[in-house]
Design a protein around this ligand. Sequence first.
Ligand code: SF4
Ligand code: SF4
Length: 486
Amino acid sequence: MSSDPTFEVPEVLESPEEVLSTLEKDGKRRWIYPTPERGPWYWRRLALGWFLIVVFVAAPIVHIGGKPAIFLDIAHREFTFMGQTLYATDTLLLMLFMLAALLSVFLGTALLGRLWCGWGCPQTVYMEFVFRPIERLLEGKESTRKRNDAKDMTFNLAMRKTLKYLIFLVIALGMAHTFVAYFVSWPRLLEWMTGPPAEHFGFFIMMALTTGLILFDFAFFREQMCTIVCPYARFQSVLMDRDSLIVSYDSGRGEPRGRRKKARKKGRQGEARLEIPALGDCIDCGACVRTCPTGIDIREGLQMECIGCTQCVDACDAIMLKVDKPTGLIRYTSENVLDNKPSRVLRPRVIIYSVLLIIISGLFLTAFIGRDAVDLNLSRVPGAPFTKLPDERIANRVRFRIQNRTGGSEVFSISATEPEGTELRIIGNPRIELGDGEVTHIDAWVVTPTTVFTKGSATGMFKIDSEHGGTRMAEFNLLGPSQGAN
Ligand code: SF4
Ligand code: SF4
């Protein structure tokens, strides 16, 4: 490390007191102009951010096993992840999947604090690495923008702002289409986009609303999404403890903060040097506040508004290098480490979340691997409970619901295995050919001898075989005459 003799301590930024970081004292919106500091953490976040943007755009386009990598088909209640589809009837699997996702959030927050907010959330990623760079390119750096926004609008600035909002609109349209593609798939979306608007009026309304919301968020609402709206921000404080990893200011090292320039001047003017307090490493330059995208001063301690973006880490490290001090005055650490207390990774909440996550994930995998390649359900067709045939046998009319889950097209056949002597008369074509995920309903008569019924019922067993192997059995209660009745 080397000191920079030309370095001048910048003007201290006045931070608002006792009000939200996004509000002025009179309640008006305080527009934030975060100055980026392109340090090591910035480049890491930039690389991850763009990787995530590529993944977000590609997931509904790229196909795995003939299906989109992610497709959340809510209309048909089918959810595809990496080529594997969970259906509405996979209630247990869906429940375990959601539980595992929830526990992952709990565990991740307990260990790594708001890592998601600062590194992975689309709000942060798109804001910091797409929208703000465009704004900077068209309207200049932060100090210029702040100055210009305080003045009357000029023609040049109006043109720049118009161009900026037009570009934002195009990006918002792209984001909205990508987002909607997760729920309807790109082929369907393209069909709607190229079809007559009158035929897909609902789609156009939905797309206009989604685009409008995205534009409003990134052009105007911005950090308020994190500080006011986001529910995760609200409950993350109960998920974290004093050992969670957070971006934090080391007040033990930084305080009392003070500006060196003033101190040097005082000394030169012949005032008693002994009256100058021994200062900590914080030179009170305000760089960490100026760079913060939520407008807070991290030196005031752990705050709900901090999204853990590490911009203040880069900003402060750059200052520390200039004043020849060790970096890390603001760094990733835990509250216990800062208080010189023992810090643990394995603590009760981490152990409980981990154990539960392992159990739930294990159950999910076991159920997923063992799930049937075909889903078979039976129901009674409305009408008479049973019919007595001329040959004295009893006929129940049933409906089979069959879903192909083999991952490709398949031919199925159904038969009755119990009670002995049961005959299955399929109504219509007995050849059941289904594409992947396709569902069909087959009506049939189940004809049984009268003798199989006890107290008016008998248990029927049905088997469905797929052409390429694989069998599924299903049970159904058959109705008939009570014993002794005619
Ligand atoms: S305090 Fe630091 S880590 Fe937290 S939001 Fe502001 S710049 Fe990011
Ligand atoms: S913590 Fe670092 S960046 Fe923030 S005011 Fe102090 S020296 Fe400057």
